[in-house]
Design a protein around this ligand. Structure first.
Ligand SMILES: Cc1cc2nc3c(=O)[nH]c(=O)nc-3n(C[C@H](O)[C@H](O)[C@H](O)COP(=O)(O)OP(=O)(O)OC[C@H]3O[C@@H](n4cnc5c(N)ncnc54)[C@H](O)[C@@H]3O)c2cc1C
Length: 427
């Protein structure tokens, strides 16, 4: 960070470093814009690392969808205000492809059926529909589909993952599923093991051989071996390949409880590569204030507590998330947008935020609160007026979507980011 008096100019300031902010920054810098970005890591470190597009629709029927494109077409008809309804299917597909291609280029390869959702094995022994998954998880979906002879492995002391629990949930439908418990890689220490420590240990080649040797006696007839998603942070494909070569089985990772290593991988990948593409990055800093300038554009103050940097930006993309990201602040008198006090679509009264029952089929109105936008993803007032021509909003801060119930978190983030950047470049 520079001295407090430093002032800079950029064409685009992206506020937020969750999936929406990272995607907007990537798309913009690839289009040749001069981009600055600020934000803490956000929900990314809680993420399972899989990219949902639309896994459940309609949510009140909890209908799991194999074909997300058909589900998207139904959604666009039924919910014209939903962020997805502002995008053509080809645009959504293109945005997801751009993101996953980039992640592949920087060593975090993703896979998935070209057009359908994949059923992913979760740490509670259920199958979750998702669109793109880290390549290190792919063999788990194969094993699940075939109900192939499979071994799930617990690591002594590792919290947030239980192979035995998974196997007991799946026992009735997967007879060839067994479990084993082995020591976690690294020196034997008593007490809890932390996923990050295990993942960092496996970055060391020699440790992988010792780990493979610990698993080997349990393999028997297993053709697949499932492990918690702790197989490294930077070299996961290499680690999976080495274990497969040593054990002569297909290895797969299973997402663990948040905060997860899979989220950390994404954070590290973006934070180390985007700056090398020319992004002026203020990771771990907040934008403290944003003021539209009378001459056009915006003046932003950035810092931890006090202003350390002033940035003048022609355009701003707001990707500050919902409640967890702190883009929206719930207060006694209602939900407020934190930085610009933008109008927030929300129930009229606080007592309407939640439906009577936690698992009410219709969901909670508060989960659909957020910013209303036009077709270019610019925030609008309740009567539809664009707040500022050069201000855009993307990701989970958007109104009229309940990403959690519809399994569409990353999809909405990435697709809205792409559309906003197209609009910025076209202006
Ligand atoms: C536990 C959990 C598991 C999930 N699992 C999945 C999954 O399996 N699949 C899936 O598709 N999606 C999943 N999601 C959802 C997905 O991670 C998010 O919906 C999606 O990434 C949208 O993120 P976002 O960038 O809009 O918001 P966020 O991730 O909340 O990011 C907001 C960002 O804005 C920053 N910010 C806020 N205020 C300021 C400020 N003043 N200045 C600077 N920066 C600011 C925050 O620091 C943060 O970086 C999961 C989410 C959670 C919480």
């Amino acid at each position: 960070m520079q001295t407090p008096t430093d002032e800079k100019h950029c064409q685009l300031m992206v506020i937020g470093a969750g999936m929406a902010g990272m995607a907007a920054t990537l798309f913009a810098v690839k289009q040749g814009l001069q981009v600055a970005q600020a934000g803490l890591t956000g929900e990314v470190i809680y993420a399972s690392g899989v990219f949902d597009l639309l896994g459940v629709y309609p949510p009140e029927k909890r209908q799991v969808r194999e074909d997300p494109w058909r589900a998207l077409a139904e959604l666009a008809q039924a919910e014209p205000n939903h962020p997805y309804a502002r995008l053509a299917p080809q645009e959504i597909a293109h945005a997801m492809d751009l993101l996953t291609e980039y992640l592949g280029e920087i060593g975090l390869p993703y896979t998935g059926h070209p057009t359908k959702n994949t059923r992913l094995l979760t740490s509670v022994g259920t199958a979750k529909p998702t669109f793109r998954l880290p390549i290190s998880m792919a063999a788990g979906s194969e094993a699940l589909a075939q109900k192939a002879p499979c071994l799930l492995v617990d690591l002594v002391g590792l919290r947030g993952f239980s192979a035995r629990q998974m196997a007991s949930t799946l026992a009735h439908q997967w007879p060839d599923l067994r479990t084993a418990t082995v020591e976690a890689p690294g020196p034997v220490v008593h007490g809890p093991k932390y996923p990050e420590h295990v993942a960092r240990t496996l970055e060391v080649e020699a440790e992988r051989d010792a780990f493979a040797a610990a698993i080997a006696p349990h393999i028997a007839d297993a053709r697949y071996v499932g492990l918690p998603a702790v197989l490294g942070i930077y070299k996961t494909p290499e680690i999976v390949a080495q274990l497969e070569e040593r054990l002569k089985v297909r290895i797969f990772e299973i997402p663990t409880m948040p905060p997860a290593i899979t989220g950390l991988r994404l954070k590290e990948a973006f934070e180390s590569h985007l700056p090398t593409m020319g992004v002026d990055a203020y990771y771990h800093y907040r934008v403290l204030s944003v003021h539209p300038a009378s001459s056009g554009g915006f003046r932003l103050e950035i810092g931890k507590n006090d202003t350390e940097q002033v940035v003048h930006a022609d355009t701003v993309v707001l990707a500050t998330g919902r409640f967890l990201g702190k883009g929206l602040i719930p207060e006694r008198d209602g939900i407020h947008e934190a930085l610009l006090d933008l109008p927030v679509h929300q129930p009229r009264h606080r007592d309407r935020w939640y439906a009577g029952a936690f698992l009410a089929p219709e969901g909670h109105a508060v989960s659909r609160a957020g910013l209303e936008v036009d077709d270019q993803f610019r925030p609008v007032t309740a009567d539809g007026r664009v707040v500022n021509d050069r201000l855009f909003a993307v990701g989970s801060i958007l109104a009229h979507q309940d990403w959690m119930r519809t399994k569409s978190g990353v999809g909405i983030a990435v697709a809205s980011a792409w559309k906003a950047v197209q609009a910025i470049c076209a202006a």
